[in-house]
Design a protein around this ligand. Structure first.
Ligand code: S3P
Length: 463
């Protein structure tokens, strides 16, 4: 472990720009109508940039999510010697350096708010003969990195996190890393991806065994870039095996739309009167669509029209219409397929008839904020009964002939998904909902307010 004071200079690097508050107010809305394109998928955008950087040749990424989180990954890769340009069509052009081809940055890498960037890039660096110090904003610095450090150390990297297992962290890569077989103790696509990305530089086969499957974008995209990767089911577990030291080849990748972002306008349409909203080009990876499954069980009128696949991922256009929702019980096994969607599901549940019970949510405490606490407090502030018992969240819906009172000021804890969920609640409430800070929305869905306004919502910036 490294003593915290050693890192103080780095930890405060961005403290001047951390969390300048930007409150927003969402007003009760009549019909939401119209069509929008889903913004690029955040998870796939990170992976496309990273794999393009590790490929031989020039890759072109169309539809990359141009949100703050991704700009941190672009910046980090540039610091490691990768040339990334944006052309006149807004495509990202990445001149790859090949597997193990990155160079040591001359400064600390600051990843802002992005947990995905931090964990995936720690895996990349673990497979390179170089030393990197990663840091991030206040939220990212408080999130656990030891879950990634542990397997990377097994692979031969040196990882020094803070005493609490967080950032800033120093990674000294292994040259080459050892191929390992690893069973993550918690279901995490980020941990799986970090091990596989380090495994790209290993002389042999790296295997990750998942007892609960998580999003498999890394596996799918590795295949697209030419890696040999196999997935086998054995006694109820998923074995992902990557052959190390492949020659990845540059690709043109079109990034699918993000189901986690599409969730907000779709739920907004379900819970506001006389609404019909189409979101085009949504990624429908089966490890990401637990929310849509849950909403349909709640009686949501959600039409799914399949489209041609992109980047090895299934795609659909989704239409949501105003629906009378009823409470459901969401099983713990579904959590990995909708891990980022609980704040907006809780909002849908607030407008449903009956008490919705969601199990297995312990990981929500470790996201951009403690989302369990943030959601319960936010709902309570808006006149909705909600409580947590262990890892189970219960939301008492106000029923079909009622709407939540709203009128609350919600503390977002600088969490983009909490911010968007409560603005959505404001559209369906009796009185407006204010969130203390909307600035973090830029980390995943910078066009959120504009898209919602286009559909007929009124969301106002407060001075
Ligand atoms: C992500 C995986 C999930 C998710 C995060 C993005 C990814 O985190 O919450 O927003 O891109 O791999 P975990 O892997 O920690 O569950």
């Amino acid at each position: 472990m490294v003593e915290k004071p050693l890192f103080d200079a780095y930890a405060t690097l961005d403290s001047m720009t951390d969390f300048a508050l930007s409150p927003l107010r969402a007003f009760p809305t009549g019909a939401l109508q119209g069509a929008i394109d889903a913004p690029g998928d955040k998870s796939i955008s990170h992976r496309a940039l990273i794999l393009a950087a590790l490929s031989a040749g020039c890759s072109r990424i169309t539809g990359l999510l141009t949100a703050d989180d991704l700009m941190h990954t672009v910046g980090a890769l540039r610091q490691c010697g990768v040339v990334i340009t944006v052309d006149e069509r807004h495509d990202y052009v990445v001149e790859g350096l090949g597997v193990s081809g990155l160079s040591e940055p001359s400064d600390v890498i600051n990843l802002g708010n992005s947990g995905t960037a931090a964990r995936l890039l720690m895996g990349v660096v673990a497979g390179h003969p170089m030393q990197v110090i990663f840091t991030g904003d206040e939220s990212l610095r408080s999130r656990p990195m030891d879950r990634v450090a542990e397997p990377l150390v097994q692979m031969g990297a040196l990882v020094k996190t803070t005493r609490d297992g967080g950032l800033p962290a120093l990674i000294s890569g292994a040259s080459p890393p050892l191929p390992i077989t690893y069973r993550p103790p918690v279901p995490s696509a980020q941990v799986k991806s970090a091990v596989l990305l380090a495994g790209l530089s290993a002389p042999g086969k790296t295997t990750v065994i998942e007892s609960v499957p998580t999003r498999d974008h890394t596996e799918r995209l590795l295949k697209v870039f030419g890696a040999q990767i196999t997935v086998r089911e054995k006694t109820g577990e998923r074995h992902v095996t990557l052959k190390g030291q492949p020659e990845l080849r540059a690709q043109n990748v079109v990034v699918p739309g993000d189901p986690s972002s599409a969730a907000f306008p779709l739920v907004a349409a379900l819970i506001t009167p006389n609404s019909k909203v189409l979101v085009r080009g949504v990624g429908m990876n089966e490890r990401r669509i637990g929310l849509f499954q849950s909403l349909r069980e709640m009686g949501a009128e959600l039409e799914i029209i399949p489209k041609a696949s992109l980047a090895g991922e299934p795609i659909a256009d989704l239409t949501a219409r105003t629906s009378q929702l009823r409470a459901v019980e969401v099983p713990a096994e579904r959590a990995p397929s909708m891990i980022d969607e609980y704040p907006i599901l809780a909002v849908a549940a607030a407008c449903a008839n009956g008490s919705t019970v969601m199990h297995g949510l312990g990981e929500l405490r470790l996201k951009e904020s403690d989302r369990l606490t943030a959601v319960v407090n936010g709902l309570n502030n808006c006149g909705v009964e909600a409580f947590v018992d262990g890892e189970t969240l219960t939301v008492v819906g106000v029923g079909p002939n009622n709407v939540p009172i709203g009128a609350g000021t919600v503390v977002t804890h600088h969490d983009h998904r909490v911010a968007m969920a409560f603005l959505t609640l404001g559209l369906a409430s009796q009185r407006p909902v204010v969130i203390d800070d909307g600035s973090m929305i830029a980390s995943s869905y910078p066009g959120f307010v504009e898209d919602m306004t286009l559909l007929g919502a009124t969301i106002e910036r407060l001075a």
